[in-house]
Design a protein around this ligand. Sequence first.
Ligand code: GLA
Length: 332
Amino acid sequence: MRTEAALKDIFADDFRIGAAVNPLTIRTQEELLAYHFNSITAENEMKFASLQPEEEAYSFDAADQLVAFARRHGMAMRGHTLVWHNQSTGWLFEDRHGNPVDKATLLGRIRSHIQTVVGRYKDDIYAWDVVNEVIADEGDRMLRSSKWLDIAGPDFIARTFEYAHEADPNALLFYNDYNESNPGKRDKIYTLVKSLLEQGVPLHGIGLQAHWNLFDPSLDDIRTAIEKYASLGLQLQLTELDMSMFRFEDKRTDLAEPTEEMLELQAERYEAVFKLLREYRESISSVTFWGAADDYTWLDDFPVRGRKNWPFLFDGQHHPKPAFDRIVKAIK
Ligand code: GLA
């Protein structure tokens, strides 16, 4: 029996509290998810390659299981993701002979995909990450190079939002990206979204992935990013929050458990972050973690192969960590 306060209740007046899940974790973490969270996102199961591995041969089994889980527990569900340069399939960009398709064919294929997928989950999914990670990280270059850009030019971004809106006029449509608090990338995301809005593109929110660590980004950079994005009059969601114990460049692999010092730093950091997020509750409608507890995180192998990480508020046994206690104390 749990005695701690539920995250979703603590933040009930502020924003939804979400977790990324998969068909395994909805079983292994069911009790934790049902108690603390009121929103889920499919970790991989709604990406292009998962849903349409071959042309017109859709596979909905795994995604359907997650949707059923959300229903069973009365949770909201975010859709993730329609257009991304990763986890797409080769066939999408090629004709029968392996040559690149033309722009009209590519856009026709994504429109049909979106009608099928967004249409199928209309009653269950209230918001979609429509376009994921198209901004270049470094330098002045605005858009990252991708097959999307090669074949369709920058137009694919606006068109994808239009197709999503056409498939479900009620869904909230997000542009989603990482390194979103980095000043250079922040300004590019802002510029892209602003220009889409000026063109009348149906876009309702910005997803801040928030793959953060104990040291980066700074609270000031997070605050400035939130204010800048919110100034566009859009709603914001943290879509993939985790708090790695390691700096991105840190390659150490010697730890089997987090040190006391790491747990303490993580507690301070989570407390400060949630205090800040609450200041912007008028703009932030949801905060989703990219997982739920330390027994399962994509960071266990990334970017350092074979290294365990402990990025969440709950430990490997699903018990509250010092970071959880600190948030409760700070918010009550
Ligand atoms: C990106 C994607 C997510 C996920 C993470 C890594 O942030 O948006 O879907 O793949 O990378 O797990």
